[in-house]
Design a protein around this ligand. Structure first.
Ligand SMILES: C[S@@+](CC[C@H](N)C(=O)[O-])C[C@H]1O[C@@H](n2cnc3c(N)ncnc32)[C@H](O)[C@@H]1O
Length: 211
């Protein structure tokens, strides 16, 4: 799907996103959604004064956890309607409108203590995921910082294939759900260390650090 159509899709979703996500979290692909957000928060060890960049900030459901913890939060998203929603909710968050795979808006050396993301990277194929994560780790992470990504994810390619059969009716072939064995190997080849925790039947969290 062309990028402009993806943006429109998320713009339309923005108005009812917060209402719908509660209901959806009971089933694939969002089963365990709140637990995944909680695990991203836990593994990020948020603390007052830390700088945090949230990629695909949406309506700010992950970002608000870091705001409450006293972090200075930045958010990036390509949907103007999502950004308008989060701005109303969390006016203290610095927002950047950008396509994560397009023209990169941050100068090299603009670093953050934590870079986090929830339910966004499944939009990108594995190569694009690894390229983006390498750029983030190389150019935008403070020394000792970490990247924490939660998303639709399975422990292995085998389990992902079984899940595709089981949930054939709601499986979206235009999306790229993670398989931890495949992803961790690709990250390793790119010079990144990773740790993975399966949180729900279809959701998990990656901690990624430069080696
Ligand atoms: C499913 S929502 C998740 C929102 C939020 N992180 C959460 O967990 O509730 C995905 C978000 O990623 C954004 N997004 C998807 N692809 C993007 C891209 N290529 N560049 C920037 N933002 C993107 C969408 O606009 C949307 O706000």
């Amino acid at each position: 799907m062309p990028e402009s159509e993806r943006v429109k899709l998320f713009d339309t979703w923005a108005e009812h996103y917060d209402d719908s996500v509660g209901e959806w979290s009971k089933q694939f692909p969002f089963e365990g959604y709140e637990d995944v957000l909680g695990e991203i928060e836990r593994l990020s060890h948020p603390a007052s004064g830390l700088s945090v960049l949230d990629l695909g900030i949406g309506t700010g459901r992950l970002a608000e956890r870091f705001v409450k913890a006293g972090c200075a939060v930045w958010g990036m998203d390509f949907s103007p309607m999502m950004l308008a929603k989060v701005h109303r909710k969390l006016p203290q968050v610095e927002l950047i409108k950008a396509d994560l795979l397009g023209h990169w808006p941050l100068p090299t050396g603009r670093t953050f203590n934590r870079i986090v993301s929830a339910y966004t990277f499944h939009e990108f194929d594995l190569d694009s995921k690894v390229r983006l994560l390498s750029r983030l780790a190389g150019d935008h992470l403070t020394t000792g910082g970490r990247i924490v990504v939660g998303d639709i994810s399975f422990p292995s390619e085998y389990v992902r294939d079984s899940a595709a059969e089981k949930w054939a009716d709601s499986w979206d072939d235009d999306e790229y759900y993670w398989a931890s064995d495949e992803a961790r190997e690709a990250l390793h080849h790119a010079g990144l260390d990773s740790y993975y925790h399966q949180v729900s039947i279809c959701g998990g969290v990656y901690v990624i650090e430069p080696r």
